[in-house]
Design a protein around this ligand. Sequence first.
Ligand SMILES: O=C[C@H](O)[C@H](O)[C@H](O)COP(=O)(O)O
Length: 284
Amino acid sequence: MCAKLTLIFNRQVAVLRTLERLHRHFRTCCKNDVVMSGKGGDGEKIIDPALAGKRAAARRAVEEHIRSNQVVGIGSGTTIISAVERMVELVEARSLNNIVCIPTSFQARQLIIENKLPLGTLEQYPEVDVALDGADEVDADLNLIKGGGGCLTQEKIIASCAKEFFVMADDRKITDALGTYWKKGVPIEVVPMAYRPVQLKIQKHLGGVVELRMAHKKAGPIVTDNGNFLIDWCFDGTPDWLEVDRKLQCIPGVLETGLFLKMAQKAYFGTPEGNVTVRVPRNT
Ligand SMILES: O=C[C@H](O)[C@H](O)[C@H](O)COP(=O)(O)O
């Protein structure tokens, strides 16, 4: 019994370490903001507490919402890795079958393929049953900032095609006002030839500062999965998000924004200890 428990514990630690490595890789490639908490006594890196929160939230969201015979939208980032991990466990345990996974990015597509889950497209399955995704910040109305890892347009398309959209995050990302926790601005995907006028128009009409997101392992800007550029808008004050998003979307050259407004039905937030709180939009 004791040996069995030790085996289970060791497997969990190994899974967390793998996730941590993927998290570190993803952050280095896409966000350049690795969060590590130091060294353990045995010289091993301590598991990132934020990652433990993301993992708890993701596992719970899958357990509550993913069922057999569903078409599932697979978000991008680090949190979704844990959701896919839980889905694989359920498939292996034969309590989940006949699902189809629609990726929201190149990374999500690879994740689905590597985990041998059935891959589909919106062309084949234009109606998605459930979409799961992470977020960079979440307010009380479940408005989200997304795109910190460079993916947002395909994520928003798939969330918009889903009957239900659930968000999973670690609990640092809960906020009263967007921009309190996530200081890197609202990501906006733009057609490359238009980035400069779009940048100037946003600054002139909406204020704040707009920066072209530069790559770290490539000279020049980050290029999205759709072949576009990303700009990050560090806004002033507390905007009326619906109005601001409408204005942004009206600027020629803007493809999509990382503002996911009133799209999520529920959000799961995990703590480093593995506790999960569930929120629905305020006033619902
Ligand atoms: O561009 C990336 C996506 O919008 C992610 O879903 C978002 O950045 C959250 O990422 P993570 O799950 O790594 O915290």
